[in-house]
Write a protein that binds this ligand. Structure first.
Ligand code: ARG
Length: 401
């Protein structure tokens, strides 16, 4: 093992990263700086400080990244209407490059030569952390204890904690808990009973959305304002990115919007089953598509839709800081110049449906499309010629259907 001088650890204060902290101190015998990010996971972060202090950490960083997360990561991704495998809004995938960026920033500031994370060897998150760290500063080493130590089971993990006087909360003493990852965009739950995709997810898995069956019987109408592709207001009230997403999470959660039970293909190779709750993000996706529907040119919109799966896959696989993601982002951002206006949606028992849209930059022409008499010159004979030209290929005679 090469000599490591100082490590910055991505630290939640939970049992796993507390054990990792101790293991790093023991294994490398060097200073460990802890970094705890507030991404809107809805957990108290001060306990993390107390725990780090108890473990002898001198440099403890707790940083509120909520605005940066939504403004510089979530919103740019939403401009693309990004969905992985047609359904997943990438709530965990998009948070990792931000955490990696700050790990690298702190490492440079404190003169650390390594960063460490608590992602396991079977998941996507290790790739996202490490590809991002490498893209930002290839001289920084990455330590992934889950791949290095010889703890192989939950039992061994608890034994290690016991041996090193790391308090194990009573609810963590039994079998392994669900693996949960939460931030302002989503809550993701994996593991335990969910590992059998044939098994229906129990109700208590859901944390931030009500069951649509129990949602209010009265629909709720909301209006979202967009400027150049980004949401800027809810019901006429201007909000910062994080405040806006927080507001929509509340509204969506109450109406059971944004639940997803998905079997996905991990970059590492295996299939995995997870439960996702993305209330605000689900509303924003519908609303953004709504405003794009009147403000984007057809060919521009279709081109965006063609590159979207590729763009989403880059984010899922951990290539946020790769040149091809920058290139696609430039294309997507360019397309948003006129994506401004207002979209009204109805939230009702699990659904978020666009019911109206309006924009000063609208390309929609009622005069052109109307079934009624119209002022705009549209010669119906032109359509006849259009169809005649489309028939030139006339393959029909051959296939005999
Ligand atoms: N499968 C999701 C992804 O790869 C979530 C991963 C983290 N979630 C968790 N519950 N550990 O983006």
């Amino acid at each position: 093992m090469s000599k490591i001088e100082k490590i910055v650890l991505s630290y939640s204060g939970g049992l796993d990263t507390s054990i990792i902290l101790k293991w790093l101190q023991e294994t490398y015998g060097c200073e460990v700086v802890t970094f705890t990010a507030d991404l809107g996971q809805g957990e108290e972060l001060e306990p993390a400080r107390a725990k780090a202090e108890m473990s002898g950490v001198k440099d403890i960083r707790i940083v509120d990244l909520r605005e940066e997360f939504v403004r510089d990561f979530v919103f740019p991704m939403l401009r693309a209407n990004a969905l992985y495998e047609g359904q997943y809004l990438l709530g965990s995938s998009i948070a990792r490059p931000l955490i990696a960026k700050h790990l690298v920033g702190i490492a440079r500031e404190v003169g650390a030569d390594a960063v460490a994370h608590g992602a396991t060897g079977k998941g996507n998150d290790q790739l996202r952390f490490e590809l991002a760290v490498n893209a930002l500063d290839p001289s920084i080493k990455v330590i992934a204890p889950w791949r290095q130590w010889n703890i192989r089971s939950r039992m061994q993990l608890l034994e290690y904690a016991e041996k090193h006087h790391i308090p194990v909360p009573s609810d963590k003493r039994g079998e392994a808990p669900f693996s949960i990852d939460a931030n302002l965009l989503h809550t993701s739950t994996e593991g335990k009973i969910l590992e059998n995709p044939a098994e229906v997810a129990p109700d208590h898995v859901y944390q931030r959305t009500v069951d649509p069956v129990d949602a209010p019987d009265a629909p709720e109408i909301i209006t979202i304002g967009f400027e150049r592709g980004d949401p800027v207001s809810v019901n006429g009230k201007a909000m910062t990115p994080a405040a806006l997403l927080t507001e929509l999470n509340g509204l969506g959660g109450r109406h059971g919007v944004g639940r997803l039970d998905l079997v996905e293909n991990r970059f590492i190779g295996m299939k995995s089953r997870g439960i996702y709750e993305t209330p605000g993000g689900t509303i924003l996706l519908a609303a953004h598509r709504g405003i794009e529907s009147i403000t984007l040119d057809r060919a521009a919109a279709h081109l965006k839709d063609e590159i979207m799966p590729r763009y989403a896959e880059l984010i899922y696989n951990g290539f946020w800081f790769a040149p091809e993601r920058d290139m696609l982002q430039a294309l997507i951002d360019h397309s948003q110049a006129f994506v401004s206006g207002e979209v009204t949606l109805r939230l009702y028992k699990g659904s978020a449906s666009v019911i109206s849209r309006a924009s000063p930059c609208s390309l929609y022409s009622a005069d052109l499309v109307t079934f009624e008499e119209s002022a705009i010159a549209f010669d119906h004979h032109d359509a006849e010629g259009f169809i005649r030209l489309k028939r030139l290929r006339s393959w029909a005679a051959r296939n005999g259907r």
